[in-house]
Write a protein that binds this ligand. Structure first.
Ligand code: FES
Length: 488
């Protein structure tokens, strides 16, 4: 215990409050009638001095933005974060405050409770503050991401979302920014916030604990039949038998490529899941694999759509790099008038993400098929789907010369700056900036052909700089009116 003599009782009675400072510690002491309270002087909202707040009964109101705190417990009654309170005693006509630091476990618990509130309410600012508290109290801030996965995995009722995929890239950025704590807090806040947003307002859809002996054939059949109950039971069996992602990666890759799933997201999610497990450890493995399995049972199978049924017209190209180049060319020459249009049929609702996906998918195909070459055929075929599908929305007559990148390293550094201060309110769009950047960077490093490299860089440059239409008000009204006009 460490007691500090802070103010005489007489002085406190005259002024009703007092401020005690020692090092970085600033403590506000208040007296109302026979009650005396001591709390942190910095308001947990924006740091203004609470000693200047108004006290009524046992409630303190911060003068700046009206947050209210119960002085007895520090609980925030209006606003967000709680404030720390300190034990006091009166001895020899002086007020004494006990200032020793709380135990680390206790502090971690308090911060995580705050984070969970921020997560449940999808409050970006508070999540950022709780992450900063983890950092400044010498705790591992990635704990916040682990917890966010635990709080979200049963709320994603259709399994893995972009939030987990983006989490992998944010974590990579986090570990690459070891010497820049501000960038690190950005990365983790973005990861946590995206999960919080996807989980917001969703009720829990618990996973069954039932387990069956695992076999790859049975797992593939269950996914093919979109039988979530069976697939989850088999996965539980595998996890119970001591399987980890590494042993299951191949069967997940196989399952992802059985169909042209959700425009390639299935395979991208396999890689990103593996990355998160690798970076955060086995604690999150079960949550992520259950979520991935659920996603596989819910994904749309675009290869069953009429436009993809005749695969022969898309399968003529059989070289990865030429398909990469073709998709990069589509990306660079995307006719963005389609994105702005509101007078076209639903089938022509295309936007920038239709052109970033082929690149992130190509990256996933290349990485997984180098590992498991038996899947090249499906991977390349599906990559050709992207190329064929996007071609009608490309305008190669447009002048794109201004997007050429002269200095690759400088350009990448600028992209990172933009990602770390993206200014977008739409998490999915921000996640796509990030994942497209990561995929392009890797494929530029891999591609042998200089033309492919240039195409990828120029396309990314254009994507990072053009305004993107994020909401289609008139298009939605026009298409929906046309749809419902045919009802009944
Ligand atoms: S700083 Fe106290 S409420 Fe904003």
């Amino acid at each position: 215990m460490s007691w500090e003599r802070v103010v005489s009782l007489q002085e406190l009675e005259q002024k009703t409050n007092a401020l005690f400072k020692k090092g970085s510690k600033h403590i506000a002491v208040f007296k109302m009638g026979s009650d005396i309270w001591a709390i942190d002087n910095r308001c947990p909202h924006q740091g203004y001095p609470l000693v200047q707040g108004a006290v009524e009964e046992c409630v303190l109101t911060c003068s700046w933005h009206n947050w209210k705190f119960d002085m007895r417990t520090g609980k925030c009654l209006t606003g967000g974060d709680n404030v720390r309170t300190y034990p006091i005693k009166v001895e020899e006509s002086f007020v004494w405050v006990e200032v020793s630091e709380p135990f680390k476990e206790e502090l971690t618990q308090t911060i995580l409770e705050g984070l969970k509130t921020a997560f449940t309410k999808a409050k970006y600012g508070r999540a950022s503050r709780e992450l900063a508290r983890l950092y400044f109290n010498g705790m591992d801030p990635t704990l916040a991401v682990k917890k966010s996965i635990e709080w979200s995995y049963e709320k994603f009722k259709e399994g893995t979302t972009h939030a987990y995929a983006a989490c992998a890239d944010w974590l990579r950025f986090y570990f690459e920014n070891i010497s820049n704590p501000e960038n690190q807090i950005i990365c983790l806040t973005e990861a946590v916030d995206h999960m919080a947003d996807d989980a917001f307002g969703q009720s829990l859809v618990a996973y069954s604990k039932e387990a069956e002996p695992f076999s790859e054939e049975a797992f593939i059949s269950a996914i093919e039949a979109q039988d979530e109950k069976k697939a989850i039971a088999l996965l539980q069996g595998a996890l119970g038998a001591g399987f980890h992602f590494k042993q299951l990666e191949k069967v997940f890759t196989h399952a992802a490529l059985m169909h042209y799933n959700d425009f390639g997201h299935a395979l991208i999610y396999v890689i990103k899941t593996g990355t998160v497990i690798e970076l955060l450890g086995k604690e999150v493995e079960r949550f992520l694999l259950l979520s991935l399995t659920r996603a596989f049972c819910h994904m749309t199978r675009e290869d069953l759509l009429t436009e993809f049924k005749d695969t022969s017209k898309y399968s003529s190209q059989n070289s990865y790099e030429s398909l990469l180049e073709a998709n990069a060319k589509n990306f660079l020459y995307f006719d963005s008038r389609f994105e702005a249009a509101y007078d076209k049929p639903v089938s022509d609702n295309v936007g920038w993400l239709d052109f970033t996906h082929p690149i992130t998918f190509a990256n996933a195909v290349r990485v997984q098929c180098q590992k498991y070459p038996e899947f090249w055929k499906q991977g390349l075929l599906q990559l050709s789907f992207f190329q064929g599908r996007n071609l009608p929305y490309v305008d190669t007559a447009q002048n794109v010369s201004s997007w050429a990148v002269k200095n690759k390293d400088h350009f990448f550094a600028q992209c990172v700056e933009k990602i770390l201060d993206h200014g977008m309110n739409d998490r999915t769009q921000a996640a796509h900036l990030l994942k497209t950047f990561c995929a392009v960077k890797e494929e530029v490093g891999y591609a042998q052909n200089e033309a492919t490299q240039k195409m990828l860089l120029a396309a990314l440059n254009r994507y990072f700089h053009v305004p993107i239409k994020l909401k289609h008000v008139r298009r939605a009204a026009r298409q929906n009116m046309s749809l419902v006009a045919k009802d009944f």
